[in-house]
Design a protein around this ligand. Structure first.
Ligand SMILES: [Zn+2]
Length: 86
């Protein structure tokens, strides 16, 4: 492990549920990212696909089923933020 500075863009910013003395909170994943032609994923399995790739493939991220159904009416497949379809 090295404490290099200035490489925050290569760290996963996925918000994870956590707890501290004040109760529930969130913290960033912080795992190393691996970039591909279509997006990137981290060592803990979080993945992100670039918007242009999503649109080219006919799907997009949806935060809930309501948003997914709204996308569906527009002919777009709604996919959960974790990459799984609704
Ligand atoms: Zn991550």
């Amino acid at each position: 492990m090295t404490e290099a500075s200035g490489d925050e863009e290569d760290r996963c910013g996925w918000l994870l549920e956590a707890h501290d003395e004040d109760g529930p909170t969130t913290r960033e994943c912080g795992a190393a990212l691996h970039f591909t032609e279509t997006g990137y994923h981290c060592d803990r399995g979080h993945s992100h696909t670039y918007a242009e790739v999503r649109h080219a493939q006919g799907w997009d991220y949806a935060h809930d089923e309501i948003e997914a159904s709204r996308l569906g009416q527009a002919g777009v497949i709604g996919v959960r933020m974790d990459g799984h379809p609704f």
